[in-house]
Design a protein around this ligand. Sequence first.
Ligand SMILES: Nc1ncnc2c1ncn2[C@@H]1O[C@H](COP(=O)(O)OP(=O)(O)OP(=O)(O)O)[C@@H](O)[C@H]1O
Length: 319
Amino acid sequence: MSADTEPNRPSAAAPRPDLSGLEARPGVPKPDPIVKGDGIRRTFGGLAAVDVEHIEIQRGVITALIGPNGAGKTTLFNLLTGFDMPDSGEWSFNGTSLQRVAPYKVARLGMVRTFQLTKVLAKLTVIENMRLGATGQRGEKFWSAALPFLWRSQEEANTRRADDLLARFKLDAKREDFAGSLSGGQRKLLEMARALMVDPELIMLDEPMAGVNPALKQSLLGHVKSLRDEGRTVLFVEHDMDMVRDISDWVIVMAQGQIVAEGTPSEVMSNPAVIDAYLGAHHDTDLTELDEHEIDSEAEAELAHETPRKADKHRKDVP
Ligand SMILES: Nc1ncnc2c1ncn2[C@@H]1O[C@H](COP(=O)(O)OP(=O)(O)OP(=O)(O)O)[C@@H](O)[C@H]1O
């Protein structure tokens, strides 16, 4: 990360910003936003995949971005990190506008993302994947490429950093293994470790729990919390509501491209707009306690010969 962005990261000892007093409404301003966006719109044919009026991501906390399938979460990630271009809209990271900024430059500024389907390179070893995390995202500077003593010392520093991160993520024993031989959960860990090669201020995780076996889930949760504890900002997309409840300080809910709710996990989970967004859309994930509650009460209403409303809709969607 460049020296000019370093002072923006709260120190690990700094108290975590308390968001519990914030008004729980879409687009609500945050006390110290690291990302701010306005009028971000991306259409595919006639479909508005993303249509976000205003968004702010608070620095130094864990924010979850949730919503039913097709809500636009990954498309918003792609736009913010330069992997896709919007029809319109503007956004900034630490006050720097990111319009038309290439992904590796976004990463160099301190904002890095992982992918829903991990992009580890199966035919490279774990340590080679880690080294790529440093070069691929930063881009190469002409002089350091041309002068061997510069790139050699850079390479040694990268390898030291990679080894430290592999030890932290308990992947050091796999250092020389092909990444293709890792389990789904280990690949997620490798992707997270690789993203840290550029020492980002903001790390964006797209479905970190997908395909991870239960034994690794707890350790993954611990790693995500540790990112916040060392002063980084985390934004993650996730369908696993246990994870959302467990580690998020703030939750943003999208449906049909728009932000439909925001709040603390407990505020959001009891928000009728959120229940509607989930029950009114295709649903291929585990039911949350929230949904089960709703369905139970609708079933009771049905048994009492009342009109079954959302329960019917839901049954069509959940096999
Ligand atoms: N490259 C594309 N071409 C056409 N349509 C697209 C493209 N990418 C996304 N979409 C559409 O945009 C909408 C939003 O998709 P997106 O993947 O962002 O949703 P999501 O909230 O991340 O969903 P999920 O939780 O299933 O990953 C969907 O209707 C999707 O089909």
